[in-house]
Design a binder for this molecule. Structure first.
Ligand SMILES: [Zn+2]
Ligand SMILES: [Zn+2]
Length: 317
């Protein structure tokens, strides 16, 4: 749906065929025993791959390898210098961990792509805009200082998977390389855009990654049936504009977008198409006016901002 919208908006966008990831590529992140389990479940198409959210289906092993392959292809196209930017909207399956499925995610394409990029670059960044915390990616690289993570999400005390406190900043020599920005339910564009620009932008600028992957989960949009944030497309486009600008300033525009959640499919597709158009440098065709947070939400967001400034290693000095 996002692709169809994009092709209607612009003549100079190209749709490339995806490819399947190889087993060896999936193993850059996932444990072989877990991949064997997915393969077994995939043959019968029955059963659950985790505690309850992620059912197997017939062919889910091959389908998951295709999603991973699509994201890897997007990364490769940039590395080959064929395009300025690329997107893989089927990807963004950020909850899967090294050894388990979680939250509708069987294989973690973002994490596999980051693992691949880590072979080429000493520092890469992962920015996660999904309403849910990108736990599979963050904990997958929690002690790796070469993977800088910024994760803006609805406060884990109020939403799956429950993690992503501002105190989680990485471990060992990676301490300070992960930045969680947990937002109170009801947070609107004003909170989203201002906290991103005041916290995430300087954090990324200081980290100077050589490649940036953005998980564009659109379930932060107001009215999403699973989450409780109140963003509009306007907020997402503003944030993508900032990341796009940073990518050109610090890493030669090496920026790939992937999808993620978004349980109002029309709204998610529209949002993703708009975000990709931002990368083409054209004025985003944004239908929405910025949404504003209630004063009580604003106050809670204010305290998140101060807590991060006071406690996060990259702000507290
Ligand atoms: Zn989500
Ligand atoms: Zn660009």
């Amino acid at each position: 749906m996002a692709r169809d919208r994009l092709l209607g908006y612009s003549q100079d966008l190209y749709v490339e065929n995806a490819r399947s990831a190889s087993r060896a590529e999936a193993e850059l992140f996932h444990e072989p025993g877990y991949l064997d389990l997915v393969k077994r479940f995939s043959a019968t198409g029955a059963g659950l791959l985790d505690g309850g959210d992620t059912p197997a289906f017939r062919g889910c092993y091959e389908a998951s390898l295709s999603v991973v392959g699509a994201t890897l292809r997007a990364v490769e196209l940039l590395l080959e210098g064929k395009y300025a930017h690329a997107a893989s909207f089927a990807g963004g399956l950020h909850h899967a961990s090294r050894g388990s499925a979680s939250g509708f995610c069987i294989m973690n394409d973002c994490a596999v792509a980051l693992a691949l990029l880590r072979k080429l670059f000493s520092k890469v960044a992962y920015v996660d805009l999904d309403a849910h915390h990108g736990d599979g990616v963050m904990y997958g690289f929690y002690s790796d200082p070469g993977v800088v993570c910024v994760d803006v999400h609805q406060d884990g005390k109020t939403l799956f998977p429950g993690t992503g406190s501002h105190l989680e900043a990485g471990s060992g020599e990676a301490k300070g390389t992960k930045l969680n920005i947990p937002l109170p339910p009801g947070s609107a564009d004003d909170v989203f855009v201002s906290l991103f620009s005041e916290l995430a932008v300087p954090f990324l600028e200081e980290a100077k990654p050589e490649f940036i992957i953005v998980q564009c989960g659109a379930d932060g949009l107001k009215g999403d049936p699973l989450a409780g944030l109140s963003f509009t497309q306007h907020g997402y486009l503003k944030v993508i504009e900032m990341v796009h600008e940073i990518s050109h300033r610090i890493c030669g525009g090496r920026l790939v977008l992937v999808g993620g959640g978004g349980y109002n499919p029309e709204a998610a597709a529209e949002c993703w198409a708009g975000e990709y158009m931002v990368l083409s440098g054209r004025a985003p065709m944004c239908a929405s006016n910025p949404s504003t947070s209630l004063p009580s939400v604003m106050r809670k967001a204010e305290s998140v901002r101060s807590a991060i400034r006071e406690s996060h290693p990259s702000f507290s000095g």
